[in-house]
Design a protein around this ligand. Sequence first.
Ligand SMILES: CN(C)CCCNS(=O)(=O)c1cccc(Nc2nc(OCC3CCCCC3)c3[nH]cnc3n2)c1
Length: 284
Amino acid sequence: MPGRQSDYTVVQQIGVGSFGTCCLVKRLADGQKFVWKEVRYGNMREAEKESLVREVNLLRDLRHPHIVRYIDRIVSKSSSTLYLVMEYCAGGDLAQLIQDRKQKRLAGRLNSMVPQEFVLKVFYQLLQALKELHLNQQGKILHRDLKPANVFLTSAMGDVKLGDFGLARVLSSEVSMAISYVGTPYYMSPEQVAKMRYNESSDVWSLGCLIYELCALHPPFTAKDQKELYGKIKKGEFRRIPHAYSDELFTTLSSMLKQNPEQRPTVQSLLQMSFINPSIMPKP
Ligand SMILES: CN(C)CCCNS(=O)(=O)c1cccc(Nc2nc(OCC3CCCCC3)c3[nH]cnc3n2)c1
C-alpha cells in the first residue's frame, strides 16, 4: 500500500544522484528517519516508465542485511515525480570515508590507513550483497554501478549496505545516462571499455577496484582523462596496495582485476575464502 507525501516531513536535502534529488526525511507517525530519492518521470518514454515500475517492484522485494532496504514509494502525479523511500544509513558513504582518510594522510596524521579488519568486513558484506543480487530468485540482478558513493555505512566504521543500483540501469535514457555518468568511470572493466557484455564478473572487477581503493585510498587505475584511463585499464598494470595489507588480500584483489573476465573468481568462490568469510574454517 503506497504511502503519501504528507506521511513524511523533509529534514534536509542531502545531495543529487543519477536519479535526481535525495532528501533526509522523517516519518510523522514515529519520527523515524529515511531518505527519499526523487525520480522525475515526466520526460520518460512509456518503455522507460514500464522499466522504472519493474525496477521499483524488484527493489521492493529485495530484503538483505547488506542491501539498502526499500521502504515505500509515493507517486505525485501533479509533479510527475516518484519518491522512493529507503532506509537511512547514518554513517554516510564509503566515498566520504576514503576522502576523510586521504585528508588525514595529507595532514601527515599517523592513523590515516583503513584497518585491514574493516576492509575485510566490507569485502565480506559486499560479497554477500552481490550473491543476493546474482542469485536472486526472480532472475540475476547485476549491480552495474558499484562504487564507494553507492556503499553506505549504518554508523561510523559500522556495517555496510549496497544502494542505488537498479536506478542507474532504469535511467538508461540519454538524459539520465548523461547524469549517471558524471565523474570519471575509474571502475570500468576492460570488457565495458571494449563495449562487450556486462555480467557478474564485471561486478567482481568493480568490487576489486572498490576494495583496492579502500586500502590504497586511490583506485587501481587513475589518469588525467578518459582516453588515458581506458588505456591503463586495458593494459591492466597497478601497484601493490600498501604493505600493511596482507599478501593474501593483494593476491585476491589481483585475481579480481584479471583482464579476462573468465579468469576472475566468482562471488561464490570468494565467499569460500577463510580470510574473508569468518564462517569458513582455515585449511590445516
Ligand atoms: C557522495 N558522497 C561523498 C556524499 C557525502 C555523503 N554524505 S551524504 O550523502 O550527505 C550522507 C550523509 C550521512 C548519511 C547518509 N545516508 C544515506 N545516504 C543515501 O544516499 C545519499 C545520496 C546518494 C546519491 C548522491 C547524493 C547523496 C542513502 N540512500 C539510501 N540510504 C541512504 N543513506 C548520507
